[in-house]
Design a protein around this ligand. Sequence first.
Ligand SMILES: *Cc1c(COP(=O)(O)O)cnc(C)c1O
Length: 301
Amino acid sequence: MPEVARFVAELQPDITPLSDCTHAGITVDVLRLDQLDPHIGGNKLFKLAGHLDAFQQSSHRCLLSFGGPYSNHLHALAHAGKQYGFATVALVRGYDHVPLTPTLLDCQALGMQLVFVDKVTYRQRHEQAYQQQLSETYQAYVIPEGGGGADGMHGCRHLTRYTNGYDQVWLAVGTGTTALGVAANLSADTRLVGVNVVSDGGERMRDWQQRMPATASWALLDDYHGGGFGRCPSHLLRVIERYDKQGLLLDPVYTARLVWAFEQELEHQAEKWQGQRILLLHTGGLQGRRGYGLAVSEDGQ
Ligand SMILES: *Cc1c(COP(=O)(O)O)cnc(C)c1O
């Protein structure tokens, strides 16, 4: 297996303006992680890079992780396994008698072993004893759900190579791993703004208050989850349609919420942000559009 971490460290993602969002005196750019690789794009590539390094140094036979039926993380892991020649196993929340989602059909076609577990079993996914047991059963290196954990965070430090010279860096927050990895390496005069896509009763906020570096300037916006993970209310669909027309494809779960939140905040803060340079991370996830009947690429595929 080639050195995935080195490959990731040398990537050169494009930076494009957020064209539908022009305000005199404010620069708004988008870091196009969605374009890095047609299959393993986005922040999941960076998180995986951290884990693949650790996996390479272990003696495990395969990589095992967890996810729901539309998981971007499982999708990226299956592609990485195919590309670099290692076996992958997915513990999927759900039942195998329902028709497989497009995401899981892809995973299966790429050679990933799908193991379905019920909700109660799936709840154990964060427990060390359960992970240990899975590791032994499958001789697997276990990656936390969403590619989280210290190794996933470590992989995300590479993202700060693109954030120099920006006053603010915005990104969508699921597990928060990407944001924590970026914050650990971010220049002290750049503010990190996370848009929480999960309605979690303040759990992420408490976690960040504990774990964000003391010197970091950060904010977590908790009011833009839009009814909760996995839902795509009509205001988000309108955002997606508006940006589709300009060729900036957004996914319903993460990046549409990010752009929506940013536009709302910009309305109120435009004066305060005069002269600033702002970078939005497009963290990919476009395969997830299929769950909402949206095309995955610009040519309508
Ligand atoms: C997983 C994902 C995120 C969230 O990343 P975390 O590290 O879990 O916070 C953001 N955007 C997209 C497109 C994702 O797939």
